[in-house]
Design a binder for this molecule. Sequence first.
Ligand code: SAM
Length: 289
Amino acid sequence: MDKPTKAPAQSGVDQKTLWNGSAGRAWVHNQRLLDQLFAPFEALLASDGVLGAATHVLDVGCGTGATTLAIARRLGVQGACVGIDLSEPMIAVARNRAAQEQVNVRFLAADAQAHAFERADFDLIVSRFGVMFFEDPVRAFANLRRAARADARLSFIAWRSAAENPFMTTAERVAAPLLPNLPVRPPGGPGQFAFADPDRIRAVLAESGWSDIDVQAIDVACAMPEDGLVPYLTWLGPVGQLLQDADERTRARIIEPLRAAFAPYVHGGEVRFDAACWHVSARAQGSAR
Ligand SMILES: C[S@@+](CC[C@H](N)C(=O)[O-])C[C@H]1O[C@@H](n2cnc3c(N)ncnc32)[C@H](O)[C@@H]1O
C-alpha cells in the first residue's frame, strides 16, 4: 500500500512558533547538556565514513550548531559547512559559538522547506534530528535536492518509533494523569517521531528526487550526568515545555514521580539509555535544476 508522504494537518502546532518559542528556549538553555547527550551522533555525522570526499556540507535543522561546527572543523580550509535552522534564538547561539573558532562555517536563519539556496552547491547534506519537523516533507526534501550538486549525498539521523524509545516518552506517560493540559503528540504529524516508519522515509525521499535510499536501524548509547536529568525533564519534550510556564507547586508535584520513573536509567552518577534511530542515506541523481 502507498504510504502517505504529506503530514496530516496539525491542530495549533506551528513549527516556526514552537522553535522560536518554548522548544527553542529549551534547546538554548540546555545546549551543553544536549550536545553531550547527542555527541555520538555528532561524531557519526562528522566521521570519515559520512564525510567521504565532501567539501561543501549543509546541516539541516542545525539548531545551536554542534554538528555544523564539528564538520567544519573536520573540513578545515579546504571546505565549508552551512547550517540552516528555523529558530532565530538557536541560530544566534550557533553564530556565537562559531565566532569563537577559526572555522569555515555560516549559519542561515531560514525554513529549509522553502529557502532559495543560492546554487546547487552542496556535495553532502546532513542532519542530526532536524528533518522530522517539516509540514510538507516532500517539498522540503525536493528543495534540499535542488541545493545539492548532481550525485551529492544525503545522510541524516531520525528517531525510530516512540515504542522503541521509552526514555523519550516516559515523562508524558507519568505526567499525563497529573497535567490535564498536556498536549498529545499527533500521530504522523511533524515532530520527533514523524519518520518512525521507514517506508514513509523511503516514499518521501523517492518522491523528492533522491535515490539509492538506505535506511539502517542504529541503537546508540547516550549518556549525561545524573544532575542533568531534572533540567532535561523540566525543559524538554511535551512535559518540559508545559512545565516551563508552570507554577512552583505544579512543578514540585510532577518532579518526584518523574524522577522515580527514570530511576532505571540512572547508573552510578550517569543517566544512560539507548537511542533507537534510523541512519538514512541517499544520493541525488541527475541534474539538480
Ligand atoms: C531536535 S532539534 C535538533 C537540532 C540540532 N540538529 C541538534 O542536533 O542539536 C530540531 C531542529 O530542527 C529545526 N527545524 C524544524 N523545522 C525546520 C525547518 N522547516 N527548517 C529548518 N530548521 C527546522 C528546529 O528549529 C530545531 O533546531
